[in-house]
Design a protein around this ligand. Sequence first.
Ligand SMILES: [Zn+2]
Length: 398
Amino acid sequence: MLEATETPALRFLLEQGSYRRAVSTFPSLTPVCLASIATGAPPDVHGIPHLVWWNRDEQRFVEYGSSFAALRAAGLARGIRDTIVNLNERHLSKQAETIYEALEDDGLTTAAINITTYRGRTRHLPTVPGAPAVSGPKRFFFYSLYESDVTGAPIAVLNRSLGSIDAYAAAVGRWLVTRDGFDLLVFYLPDYDFASHALGPDAAHEALARADASIATLFAAAGGPDEFLARYSVVVCSDHGQTHVEQAARLGVPGGRVAASNRAAMVYGDDPRALAAALDDEPSVGVAAFLEGDRLVARRGGDEDRALLDEYPDGAERAEAALRNPNAGEVLVSAADGWEFVDLAGRHHAGGGSHGSLAASDSEVPMLTVGLGPPPASITGIKHLLLEHFGVGVSRAA
Ligand SMILES: [Zn+2]
């Protein structure tokens, strides 16, 4: 969609910059991907395993919002707290330093709008009573719930399908660019993903145009696109791809506990091979992977061959990083083409778009840099690129 776009702001950046397709994490699901973008680390280091996972210490599911119904199934108040607060304060490994922590420890000012991986050094009180304080970047704006500065931006979540979240981001971004109020701005536009789930990955043109307009708002605040690039270098990327899904499956594994959502599933249990074998006849399974001792095993339809993972971009490396995550299940499952796994509440996007698997369609992302040299080959390379740009010691990085 980005490569073919005729929207003016993104087209301008494409013409000014260096572009390639890069690889996301596995699972290619937003909490995992954004944690990798923010920390520069794969999932085995940053600890966020999936949109939904079994917390072994607390003996409960953690659900970051597969669907509103899934949040409710996991316990709504706790689900919201897991998504907004615990992801950053408890689940994101302390060993994985965020880009906000790294740059602010060096005296720079970072700003973040709406990105769900935001851990930083500055304590922020909520705008509504009852929500806890959280630690974020110095300038921190999160769906109207946390706002480090008074910007006059409209409430973020009143009309999501009409793009109210990206409109909020644009209003805050305009305020920040007008003041040149940051060294690093992380500007996150999730409405496009929302539309692509509903309409399918090649039909969300209207939402892409709205994302483009949000970026154009930043240009205008600097006095125009050329003036914007005279002041700032830019990375444009997506956290994951999307693919068409036609069918949804509910995975059941005897003796195993399944955490599934979108196009990836995890199975928790004692005997990984037996758990994976229970999925041999399941048409929704593209490949199941597990560790046997230190050895990575890939299984499909009863065949075990690590080379099955060679069908996917960086397949073995990404499957292994997912499995070595201490919060992951014993078996990781990547969905077959056209399939999705239902979430805790039975919800799915069949007829629309989804992502999460090892497949290139879910895992390849656009990666565009302007004024920063060659774009990184993986979303895990963005933090390093930024540290180099700012001349901040990379030895301290995770
Ligand atoms: Zn999505």
